[in-house]
Design a protein around this ligand. Structure first.
Ligand code: PMP
Length: 443
């Protein structure tokens, strides 16, 4: 088109209105309470009796108490925890909401160093650096670590913050099929010869980037195989543990613990505080040299306001709980509770004939729908039964691989899960997504 382009792309808003408008109207309602196992969902115009909701309906002010299956609050530390919350409030009243300055320019607080030391010790790395935002932890660290001349081998299902980071760095990017080690090895072989010294390659460095638990699949990569590949071909490994830290491994130390891999074999361990820790922000952990380099060069460290003191205090308190130190040692049992809930949910959903993805321990439990036209109806039918669960479709997943994504938490009781399972069984039967149910189908 000729002329000056409008700020909003009319084509994208056409699709956004037609497709996402419907899907997003399902369960993206504002919630009026802390993200505990039950939440108050603000009602839009009445859901009852409507056959289709075409766009965001106006809020009515009414609240609906719903079981929360959409939150990343995996260990239940986010909402009104008797150990964490008073410490957060104390940090807030002492230090305010934000330091209003970057770490490099007067925004550094003692709680930041305390937090970084605790994170490094927890994940088994030499040092760590904390950032004010999880997304920016990826999107601003990756370009610093791999600029022009570097080759990035990235899993096809990596999170958009990783994609943003590797693209903006200017490195060459090759995408390998999700969790496909043969494809990863084929790409490595194509770009370098096995045993070729690092100094005699066309690449300054090669970085393999994977996630600890994929947020739409609930599954983990074969970490031991990736570590052996990266050693064989002299590449580096970057592991995004946003969904696996706190949730995977016997004590919540993430995928390395789960897979029995030495964390020092992973060059960069990245994670966010927005899931298991119930806070905000993110971290990168690794060798002293890598972290010192990030402190000197990372724009999110140098030019963005430092992590809020309340958010940092929440992570410190959650880490103490997980190490079994505070709150009478009850925190240490949370990970086992989360795994018990995830196993129970998966077992019961599979018994209903649903197609469930992911690892048994993973708190992300995707239930395949395979029919984009059903997503909105499923979400609204669950909401009517007071179950708030996220449905995801394109572009977060391929168009036909749309799904209902359930997130379980250690804060859910068995009664909560049974309540959810009853609602899901009713809805799945009516929607006909219980593809593997042995008998009783009408067609
Ligand atoms: N990495 C992954 C794998 C994620 O799933 C997310 C968001 N859920 C992020 C990074 C960004 O984290 P945050 O939401 O804390 O900004």
């Amino acid at each position: 088109p000729k002329g000056y382009a409008p700020l909003t792309d009319p084509q994208s808003s056409f699709y956004a209105r037609r497709i996402y408008g419907r899907i997003h109207d399902c369960w993206n309602r504002p919630i009026a309470s802390a993200p505990g196992p039950w939440v108050d969902v603000l009602e839009r115009e009445s859901l009852e009796g409507r056959t289709r909701a075409t766009r965001a309906l106006p809020p009515t002010g009414a609240r609906r108490r719903c079981l929360n299956l959409g939150s990343y609050n995996y260990l239940g530390f986010a909402a009104s925890d008797p150990y964490c919350t008073p410490r957060v409030l104390g940090a807030l009243s002492a230090g305010g909401v934000s330091p209003c300055a970057s770490r490099a320019c007067g925004g550094a607080l003692p709680v930041h160093s305390e937090l970084e030391a605790m994170v490094a010790e927890f994940v088994g790395a030499e040092d760590a650096i904390a950032y004010g935002m999880g997304f920016a932890t990826n999107s601003a660290s990756l370009p610093v670590l791999c600029g022009p001349g570097a080759l990035v081998l990235s899993d096809a299902l990596n999170h958009t913050s990783i994609v943003a980071g590797v693209r903006s760095g200017g490195a060459a990017v090759r995408v390998f099929r999700h969790n496909d080690m043969r494809h990863l090895e084929a790409l490595l072989r194509y770009h370098i010869a096995e045993g070729q010294p690092r100094t005699h390659r066309p690449w300054k460095k090669i970085l393999i980037v994977v996630e600890g638990t994929y947020s739409m699949e609930g599954e983990s990569p074969p970490l031991a195989a990736i570590v052996s590949l990266k050693k064989r071909y002299g590449a580096y490994l970057y592991l995004d543990e946003a969904h696996s830290i706190g949730a995977m491994g016997g004590t919540g130390r993430g995928l390395c613990e789960h897979a029995g891999v030495d964390p020092r074999d992973v060059d960069v361990l990245m994670g966010t505080f927005t899931k298991s820790f119930g806070s905000a922000g993110g971290y990168v952990a690794g060798s002293r040299a890598v972290i010192a380099y990030l402190r000197r060069h990372s724009p999110a460290h140098l030019y963005a306001a430092a992590l809020a003191p309340g958010a940092a205090a929440q992570v410190v308190a959650a880490l103490r709980l997980m190490r079994g130190e505070g709150g009478g040692g009850r925190g240490a049992a949370k990970v086992a509770q989360l795994h018990g809930n995830a196993h129970y949910m998966r077992r019961r959903l599979i018994a209903m004939g649903l197609h469930v993805l992911g690892d048994w321990d993973s708190p992300v439990v995707p239930v395949m729908v395979y029919h984009v036209g059903l997503l909105g109806a499923i979400s609204r039918a669950l909401l009517r039964r007071r179950v708030a669960a996220v449905v995801v479709g394109f572009p977060a997943t391929p168009l036909l691989l749309c799904r209902l994504r359930i997130c379980v938490s250690a804060a859910h009781s068995r009664e909560d899960l049974d309540y959810a399972l009853d609602a899901i069984r009713d809805v799945a039967e009516v929607a006909g997504i219980d593809y593997a149910r042995p008998a009783g189908r009408l067609w």
